[in-house]
Ligand binder design. Structure first.
Ligand SMILES: Cc1cc2nc3c(=O)[nH]c(=O)nc-3n(C[C@H](O)[C@H](O)[C@H](O)COP(=O)(O)OP(=O)(O)OC[C@H]3O[C@@H](n4cnc5c(N)ncnc54)[C@H](O)[C@@H]3O)c2cc1C
Length: 502
């Protein structure tokens, strides 16, 4: 049996590992952390459970092609409840709250009620949401690959997507802020601008709303860590091994082919290596010579990436009287280095059993933006802990101002900065997704380099904008290349008669 080493037990590494093991390879995953999941993670602090990854999962709905893959890798099955929050997002100012309802009909009625003068733009937006909601991430197989259960992408699905294609360019050429700017209502304007980030391409906003409109984008019970745990368990059930607390230092390359990995100073030999450490970092750090293929140079040049400061807040009060999420303007701008936040949002996990001690509530806030240099300087000049506290205090102050029931009840704060993510993920500046800005089109990087044989890449960085679905599908594609190069039949989970049945 051919030996494969995978670097990283995030969603991409687990996906590649499961598909490769199913197809008969002897797979070992090396993971530097002591748990699986990578950026898709959640953690406990003093009895509070903070969801630090998944907010919505594309492919959570059984109507989506991608759902089959989530089931094939054991991430989802019929026992995993999916929570489809509706409305999904809110923006509140001047006592009026705009809510992002999932159904385009409900959304249209609600927006018209708030802002009849925006009728024309509301109609256009809701019509386009309907068009975009027919777009799915295609699940296909590599050409010439022998596949036991081929994936078909029905023509009818392609035709269904056509109306959205004609509107794609329009949204790609707008930023989220410009899309919001088309509306007179400050609530609708800010809801659209702040949903995923003002500088993000408006096409990302449309796709996100359309995913929700299609009944997709749910939150699996137990969140990120539970999902990663199910995948890791399934991988081990199939016979794969995960070696935790083991950082791969180098990929061994001899005669133009990957021959294994150096970890803990020891050489571990294999017939193939799949790298799921952030590709942008891996191409410069994991090889004696950085990878210099044209796609790698292009990736180095495109460093628009998603980073955040994450603030977990444990509140000694039952906050089920507060909304499940809300975004609102702050009384005083919150500064993180050069970044200025005029509004903040939170997720409220009051309704989630086990996320806080009895009678208490976990809140989370994510400040999206590139504050990497600020935190790096703070760490160097010894003010890192102080600056983290300042950001947490500012966020708590604003939440307390808006929600007096929180005043004096905060008992736990937990702040993760880009440096935290960098330390745990080994990713470029602690980023965990790509950022598609105005004018950007989707980027696709290869899973298989040309200059080194038996080497494959997978992970969020390979297809913009990234996220868990990209980690899943690129992991599968890497395993398919492995099968293609070794003339092995790609199995998929159907052959195991368990996880993938649909
Ligand atoms: C706050 C936040 C919210 C998010 N929300 C969503 C969401 O709602 N929906 C969604 O789809 N996505 C979301 N994401 C993004 C998503 O979590 C990531 O894009 C995805 O998990 C990336 O998976 P990956 O396997 O490609 O990479 P990673 O998760 O980075 O996994 C790489 C793994 O490799 C390990 N590793 C790295 N280098 C080495 C080495 N040299 N040796 C050994 N091990 C190594 C790391 O420890 C890590 O476990 C969110 C992320 C964050 C942080």
């Amino acid at each position: 049996m051919k030996k494969v080493i995978i670097i990283g037990a995030g969603i991409a590494g687990l996906s590649a590992g499961i598909y490769a093991t199913q197809s008969g390879f002897d797979v070992t995953i090396l993971e530097s952390h002591n748990i699986p999941g990578g950026a898709s993670t959640s953690w406990r602090r003093k009895g509070y459970y903070f969801e630090g990854g998944l907010h919505w999962l594309t492919g959570s709905s059984s109507e989506m092609q991608l759902n089959r893959l989530w089931r094939e890798v054991g991430a989802l099955d019929d026992t995993v409840a999916i929570y489809n929050r509706d409305p999904f997002f809110h923006y509140e100012t001047d006592g009026i709250r705009a809510s992002l309802y999932r159904s385009p009909e409900n959304l249209r009625a609600h927006f018209l009620e708030i802002s009849p003068e925006d009728r024309k733009e509301i109609q256009l937006l809701c019509n386009d949401i309907r068009k975009f909601s027919r777009v799915q991430m295609p699940v296909t197989d590599l050409p010439k690959l022998k596949v036991k259960y081929p994936s078909k992408f029905p023509l009818s699905m392609l035709f269904g997507m056509m109306p959205a294609f004609s509107r794609m360019k329009h949204y790609q050429n707008l930023s989220a802020k410009e899309l919001g700017g088309k509306f007179k209502s400050p609530q609708i304007r800010n809801l659209l601008a702040n949903m995923i980030g003002a500088e993000y391409s408006a096409s990302g906003v449309l796709f996100t709303i359309a995913t929700l409109a299609a009944g997709d984008g749910g939150y699996p019970a137990g969140g990120s860590l539970a999902m990663a745990g199910r995948m890791a368990d399934y991988f081990e059930t199939l016979g794969g091994r995960i070696v935790y607390r083991t950082k791969a230092e180098k990929v061994i390359v001899e005669d133009g082919a990957a021959k294994g990995v150096v970890a803990g100073g020891k050489a571990l030999f294999a017939d193939a290596v799949i790298v799921t450490q952030d590709t942008l970092n891996a191409i410069d750090t994991l090889f004696d010579e950085p990878i210099r293929e044209p796609w790698a140079e292009q990736m180095r040049a495109e460093t628009s990436v998603m980073m955040d400061v994450f603030i977990g807040i444990g509140v000694r009060a039952d906050l089920s009287d507060m909304p499940e999420s809300n975004t609102f303007p702050v009384s005083e701008p919150i500064r993180v280095g050069n970044l200025v936040y005029d509004c903040i949002g939170f997720n409220n996990y009051a309704g989630f059993s086990g996320y806080a001690p009895e009678g208490c509530t976990a809140l989370t806030t994510v400040l999206i933006g590139d504050s990497y240099d600020f935190w790096k300087n703070a760490a160097e000049n010894g003010t890192y802990a102080l600056e983290k506290q300042k950001v947490a205090d500012a966020v708590i102050r604003e939440i307390e101002l808006k929600y007096p029931q929180v005043v004096g009840k905060v008992e736990v704060t937990d702040v993760a900065t880009p440096l935290t993510y960098e330390r745990y993920l080994n990713s470029y500046h602690g980023s965990w997704m790509s950022l598609m800005k105005k004018g950007d089109t989707n980027r696709n990087y290869p899973c298989k380099p040309e200059s080194i044989q038996h080497l494959y890449f997978a992970g969020q960085r390979l297809v913009s904008p990234g996220g868990c679905p990209v980690a899943l599908t690129t992991g599968r594609t890497a395993a398919q290349y492995l099968c293609l190069d070794t003339d092995t039949v790609f199995q998929g989970a159907f052959s195991c008669g368990k996880k993938g049945e649909n």
